[in-house]
Design a binder for this molecule. Structure first.
Ligand SMILES: [Zn+2]
Length: 318
């Protein structure tokens, strides 16, 4: 996504009451007056606090990855772990759809929201990012303090010997086992955030065994019915413990794996801000809830938030 030319921020009316030394951020020009008022409220609440940001599928929709729980999306029933390991036909179908779908994730690019979070990290505003997305777009944008809560699409794990493989290497294996499948199936009509492509002809697809032990391979992300590894959860809790507030961006918090961090922050009496189109399961815990686009909101906040007091940002200029 390219950013359109914007008028100089200081030409915008109505600024100067919030006490920030900076001018109104450039992102403000794409926002309506009431959206700006809401975002200024968020900036005031979060001023001088270090943040943990929890992101979900709503952040990646501007990168062309649909959110299957968003207000306009078609409901899906993602496969459970028990179905994956227990049913050969379902596992074959899963791998066939993933074989198409992962290419789509690989071609996706970070958007303004991902880039805004990189700027926040560089300004010292973040204790870290917890993402429910498996698309790795935070890391490709340049964020370094990321907990990939639900794993990543670009790795595959053997359920027997636990060897990890790159998804690229397994793609080569699958292509040799299923010559011409990609070409025959063509472009997927729809790809979910977990690389599940909308493909129906999967009955003759050959699943690859583990190249090391012959065991069962699984994309290395957390399925429904599966627990997030404990060390990963602990790292995410530690980020929230170190933060002064929690900002949720683009998640409906439908699954407990994300909602628990909202509860954790609220229990510590830390402000919780939720930016998401549509209701979330965390709304009752939120100090502020904004029904706004995630990318433009984060772009605004990355510039509008004053520096955190607990960490100096850059060397002092004299
Ligand atoms: Zn193995």
């Amino acid at each position: 996504m390219t950013s359109s030319p914007l008028p100089h921020a200081s030409s915008l009316p109505g600024f100067g009451t919030t006490g920030f030394v900076r001018g109104e951020p450039a992102a403000a020009s794409s926002l309506t007056a009431s959206q700006l008022t809401s975002l200024r409220g968020v900036a005031d609440l979060l001023a001088h606090l270090r943040l943990t940001v929890l992101t979900g599928a709503g952040l990646s929709t501007d990168s062309g990855i649909p959110d299957y729980r968003g207000p306009n999306s078609v409901p899906r029933n993602p496969m459970t772990y028990q179905q994956f390991v227990g049913d050969d036909a379902l596992r074959r179908r899963y791998w066939a759809r993933n074989h198409i779908g992962w290419h789509h994730l690989r071609r996706a690019h970070p958007n303004d929201g991902h880039r805004a979070l990189v700027r926040m990290e560089q300004r010292g505003l973040l204790t870290g990012l917890i993402t429910q997305n498996v698309d790795r777009l935070h890391s490709s944008a340049g964020s370094t303090k990321v907990v990939d809560l639900h794993g990543t699409y670009d790795r595959v794990v053997c359920l027997s010997c636990r060897t990890l493989f790159s998804r690229q290497d397994i793609a080569g294996l699958l292509e040799r086992l299923n010559p011409g499948y990609l070409e025959r199936t063509g472009n997927a009509g729809d790809v979910a955030p977990d690389a599940d492509a909308d493909v129906d002809d999967t009955s003759d697809f050959m699943v690859a065994p583990c190249p090391v032990c012959g065991g069962m391979l699984k994309p290395d992300f957390v399925y429904f019915g599966e627990n997030v590894p404990k060390d990963r959860v602990d790292r995410a809790y530690a980020m929230v413990d170190d933060a002064g507030a929690l900002l949720v961006a683009g998640s409906s918090l439908t699954v407990m794996s994300g909602l628990r961090f909202v509860r954790h922050a609220a229990k510590q009496a830390k402000p919780v801000v939720i930016i998401n189109r549509g209701a979330t399961r965390g709304d009752d815990f939120a100090s502020l809830k904004l029904e706004l686009g995630v990318s433009e909101s984060l772009a605004y906040l990355a510039d509008a938030l004053p520096g955190a007091t607990t960490e100096e940002v850059g060397p002092a200029r004299r």
